[in-house]
Design a binder for this molecule. Sequence first.
Ligand code: GTP
Ligand code: MG
Length: 214
Amino acid sequence: MKIETALFRTSALNLDACPPSRLPEFAFVGRSNVGKSSLINMLCGKKELAKTSGVPGKTRLINFFEINKAWSLVDLPGYGYAKLSKVAQHEFNQNVSGYLTGRDALKHVFALIDSRLEPLDGDLAFIEWLYTCNLPTSIIFTKTDKSAAGTVHNHAKQFLQCLDEWQIKVTQSFTCSAKTRSGRNEILQFINRLLPKQPRQSQRISLGWMTKKH
Ligand code: GTP
Ligand code: MG
């Protein structure tokens, strides 16, 4: 799929503040600093569309990006940001879970996992929660440029095995690097398959002709 346009639309604190849902949405969730915003920029081919930072906790709001005037990418605040107070963490989690469970336009969730790490219970528990909410979810293992291919492969395998043991089903899994852009085509093709089919140009023209008054 070609990205013709990618525009920042708006930010919202919580579900109530989200704009009316006109287009299908694809949300990126995961631990703080896992690479959600960087992946969105990589997919869109725009370096600074979503704000990124080496310091965890950069994305604090729910950010909407409109792609090709047809669908939206949603960048969510990360979980597990240790520097926040317990109250602030709770509020953060409430805002993210409110969006995930209450948003009609949400079509698919991409749960990002750091490919450098062995499976973390916190990540598994989060994906289990997505599963219990019946949210269609795929896994993306991020930052693959930072480890040897064998390590990435082993960590991904271990993680998917844990999901199996926890009896959690996910739709698909991907690996990606925002640095080398690997995984970009696969993820965009996957999104494309989930989008409502547009009538082909020739069909549009003939429909226009049929409705024309003579
Ligand atoms: P929060 O908004 O804090 O939840 O973080 P995030 O998940 O949006 O992470 P972000 O995209 O801001 O990236 C965090 C850091 O990891 C930044 O310094 C990025 O440059 C770096 N990073 C993200 N993806 C990759 C990657 O694929 N490869 C490498 N080498 N660095 C990456
Ligand atoms: Mg971010």
